[in-house]
Write a protein that binds this ligand. Structure first.
Ligand code: NG1
Length: 399
C-alpha cells in the first residue's frame, strides 16, 4: 500500500462491509467471511505544515473537531465521532517512536454508510483516517500490519472487537469475499460467482456501539472467553497451559458435535449457548466457504439461515425487527438472509440471484415504504451491494 499523493491535497475512500457469515467469532480468533461494499467514508484532505488535525463532517449533526497528532491524544467525550480519527492517529504515532515532525491535515469527511447499522462505518472512519494520516506523512504501509494497527486503534473507543472489520476494510478485493484468519492475520480472496447478488436491508433500529450495544457486545466477548476456559480445563491434557484459544480447542477435539454436547453438559445455560454458537458458527464458515467456491447457492443459504437462528436463539443479538427483515426477504424471493455485524439492531444481508434481485428489492421496497421513518430515504435503508475493493487513495482533491 504505497502512500501516493504526498502532495498538498488528496482523497481517501474506505469502504463499509457486510459479513456474509462467521458472526461474533472473530474476537474468539476464528475465521470469518466478509466482503467490502461500494458504500463507505470519503475524506478530502489538505496536508498542513504543522501537526494539527482539523476535521469537518459533511453531516451537520457532527460538529467540527481539532486536535494535535501525538502519542497521547485526549479523547473527545464518549461517543464523539472524532474519536474514530483520534484513534488511528494516536496508534500511528505510537507505532513510530522517536519520529518527530508529524504533519496534520484539514479534512472534510462524508459517508454514505448508515451509522450504527452493522456495516462497519466505524472501521471505515478509522481506516480512512489512518490512511489519510499515513499518506500525509508519506509512510509506506503493508496491508496486514496496517489492518492490525487499525484494529488495535479502534479498541481506543472501548469495544473489545475482533479485527474483522479493519481487515476487510483494508484488504477487500473487487468481485471477492475474503476469508479472514487471525493470529496471524491473513486474508484469502474468494471469487463470488457472478450469478450471486446481495441486498443490505436495515431493520430501522440503530445499534450504537459507542452507546448501549457496547455493553452487550463486550459482555459476549467475556462470556465466550469464560466458556472456553471452562471447557479447556476439562479437555486439555494435564500440565497444559491455561491460555488456550478456540483454535487450539478445535485442533484438540475435532468432533464439533461432541464439543457442543460437552459444552451443554458442563456449562451454565448462558455460557453453553455462547459456546455452542461459537463452535457451530466456525463450522458454518467452513461449509459456506466450500459452497461459495463451488457456486452452491443453496448450501450457502442454508448456512446463513442456521447462522441467523443461532445468533437469535443462542447468542441473543438479533431483535424482532431483524427477524422480521429476514422473513420479509425470504418471502420476497431471496434465497438466504441473516443479520450481519454485531446485531442489536442494524442490518441484514440478503442473498439472491442476479436475475431475481430487482424483483426482490421491489417487493421489499413495497413493505418498507409505508414504515419509513420521517426524513429517511428508501435507498439508504435498502440497497444492492457488490463485493468491492478495500481502502485506497483515490486521487488529488477536485479543485
Ligand atoms: P459491527 O457490526 O461493525 O459493530 C462488530 C465488530 C466485529 C465483529 C462483529 C460481530 C467492531 C468494530 N466490530 O461489528 O469485529 O465482532 O461485531 O461479528 O466492533
Amino acid at each position: 500500500m504505497p502512500s501516493r499523493f504526498p502532495s498538498a491535497s488528496f482523497r481517501v475512500f474506505a469502504p463499509g462491509r457486510v459479513n456474509l457469515i462467521g458472526e461474533h467469532i472473530d474476537y474468539s480468533g476464528l475465521s470469518v467471511l466478509p466482503m467490502a461494499i461500494p458504500r463507505g467514508v470519503e475524506l478530502t484532505v489538505t496536508v498542513r505544515d504543522d501537526d494539527v488535525i482539523s476535521l469537518r463532517n459533511d453531516d451537520e449533526r457532527y460538529s467540527p473537531s481539532r486536535f494535535r497528532a501525538a502519542a497521547d491524544i485526549e479523547p473527545a467525550p464518549a461517543g464523539g465521532w472524532s474519536n474514530y480519527v483520534r484513534a488511528p492517529v494516536q496508534a500511528t504515532v505510537r507505532d513510530h517512536p522517536g519520529r518527530a515532525g508529524w504533519r496534520g491535515f484539514d479534512a472534510t469527511i462524508r459517508s454514505d454508510l448508515p451509522a450504527a447499522a452493522g456495516l462497519s462505518s466505524s472501521a471505515a472512519m478509522v481506516v480512512g483516517s489512518g490512511l489519510a494520516f499515513a499518506t500525509a506523512n508519506e509512510l509506506g504501509l503493508e496491508p496486514v500490519a496496517f489492518a492490525e494497527l487499525m484494529a488495535d486503534a479502534e479498541r481506543y473507543v472501548g469495544v473489545r472487537a475482533g479485527g474483522m472489520d479493519q481487515a476487510i476494510c483494508v484488504g477487500g478485493t473487487e468481485h471477492c469475499a475474503s476469508r479472514v484468519d487471525f493470529s496471524p492475520l491473513r486474508m484469502t480472496a474468494i471469487r463470488v460467482p457472478s450469478r450471486w447478488a446481495f441486498i443490505v436491508a436495515h431493520s430501522l433500529v440503530t445499534a450504537e456501539k459507542a452507546g448501549a450495544a457496547r455493553a452487550g457486545y463486550n459482555q459476549r466477548t467475556t462470556e465466550c472467553r469464560r466458556a472456553l476456559e471452562a471447557i479447556w480445563a476439562r479437555v486439555a491434557p494435564p500440565g497444559t497451559a491455561d491460555a488456550a484459544s478456540y483454535r487450539e480447542l478445535l485442533a484438540l477435539e475435532t468432533d464439533t458435535d461432541a464439543l457442543c454436547r460437552l459444552g451443554e453438559r458442563e456449562l451454565d445455560p448462558v455460557l453453553a449457548s455462547r459456546f455452542v454458537h461459537t463452535i457451530s458458527e466456525a463450522q458454518r464458515v467452513r461449509t459456506a466457504q466450500i459452497a461459495l467456491e463451488h457456486d452452491d447457492l443453496d448450501s450457502f443459504a442454508s448456512a446463513m439461515a442456521a447462522s441467523h437462528a443461532s445468533l437469535r436463539d443462542r447468542f441473543g443479538v438479533s431483535s424482532p425487527q431483524l427477524d422480521r427483515v429476514v422473513e420479509l426477504a425470504l418471502r420476497s424471493g431471496a434465497r438466504g438472509a441473516r443479520l450481519t455485524g454485531a446485531g442489536f439492531g442494524g442490518c441484514a444481508i440478503v442473498l439472491c440471484t442476479r436475475d431475481t434481485v430487482s424483483g426482490v428489492l421491489d417487493r421489499m421496497r413495497a413493505d418498507y415504504a409505508p414504515r419509513l421513518p420521517r426524513g429517511a430515504q428508501l435507498d439508504d435503508v435498502l440497497f444492492a451491494v457488490t463485493p468491492s475493493q478495500g481502502a485506497r487513495v483515490i486521487g488529488p482533491s477536485p479543485a
